[in-house]
Design a protein around this ligand. Structure first.
Ligand code: ATP
Length: 253
């Protein structure tokens, strides 16, 4: 974020209610993501995290509520319109064209769009992808596919990136790589709404966090405060003591 620029909310979600058929999932969900800010969206399996992302993207339009992106009401707009406005998506499970190469996947995503994040710049920031430019996406490892999914979202030059479970199924060292890239994007002013099962990992990167439980927000506040309050994390996310300690060992004396 440039100095002196107000961190005006880029995304403002208010009173969101989303259902699948008759089954109500999100109930009165409100939150905001400021320009250049990383906000973690946490919660147990089935809490409604992916549904929140799908609502913002227009993949599952909400039944009621408001979603404003850069001041524009986007609730119920089709996904391609939301994407055109500058919302990028790194889906859970990566979902790329497996028979196309790394480079072809990036070219397809770029599709004539102009902006700072050209394919050349993405490959410079993600040198691993440059090495793998000719390899079919289906032959990439899980970590490499996650990087390609991030690269693909970047070439659309998003102002806000919705990232769903980037650590899922990846070895710890690869997860570190992926988070290093997300931190770099944050440093370059890309706002990120980060959905994670691994709460402590996400809280390290995030400025603010909110926690969903059964489709309702049960915590909304500072990421560092939540990270320091292990009791709270245990209570909110049902983590065991061992899981909390493993993810955030106490500082050495
Ligand atoms: P996970 O970490 O498991 O992805 P989540 O917090 O992202 O969890 P959602 O995927 O948003 O949770 O799911 C919220 C609830 O909606 C769950 O109870 C899920 O079973 C239900 N659900 C998700 N997709 C559908 C669908 N297409 N039709 C009906 N119910 C659905």
């Amino acid at each position: 974020m440039s100095e002196g620029a107000p961190a005006g909310p880029l995304l403002v979600v208010e009173g969101l209610n989303t259902s699948y058929g008759k089954i109500s999932i999100l109930r009165d969900v409100s939150f905001a993501v400021g320009a250049g800010e990383v906000v973690a969206l946490l919660g147990l399996n089935g809490a409604g995290k992916t549904t929140t992302i799908r609502s913002v993207l227009g993949l599952t339009p909400p039944r009621s509520g408001s979603i404003r992106f850069d001041g524009l009401e986007i609730a119920g707009r089709p996904p391609y319109r939301v994407a055109q406005l500058g919302v990028g998506y790194v889906p859970e499970g990566r979902r790329m064209f497996k028979d196309l190469t790394t480079l072809e996947n990036l070219q397809l995503a770029e599709n004539g769009r102009r902006g700072d994040w050209t394919i050349a710049r993405v490959l410079e920031h993600l040198p691993k992808l440059a090495e793998l430019r000719s390899r079919k996406a289906g032959r990439l490892s899980g970590g490499e596919q996650e990087m390609l999914a991030i690269g693909r979202a970047l070439v659309s030059n998003p102002r806000l990136l919705l990232v769903d479970e980037p650590s899922q199924g990846l070895a710890p060292l690869i997860v570190e790589d992926v988070y290093r890239i997300l931190a770099e994007l944050k440093a370059h002013g890309v706002a990120i709404l980060l959905v994670e099962q691994n709460a402590l990992l996400a809280l390290k990167l995030a400025d603010r966090a909110f926690v969903l439980d059964s489709g309702k927000i049960v915590y909304s506040g500072s990421a560092s405060e939540l990270r320091a309050d292990r009791e709270r994390i245990r209570a909110l996310m049902g983590l065991t003591d061992a899981a909390v300690e493993a993810a955030a060992p106490p500082p050495a004396p």
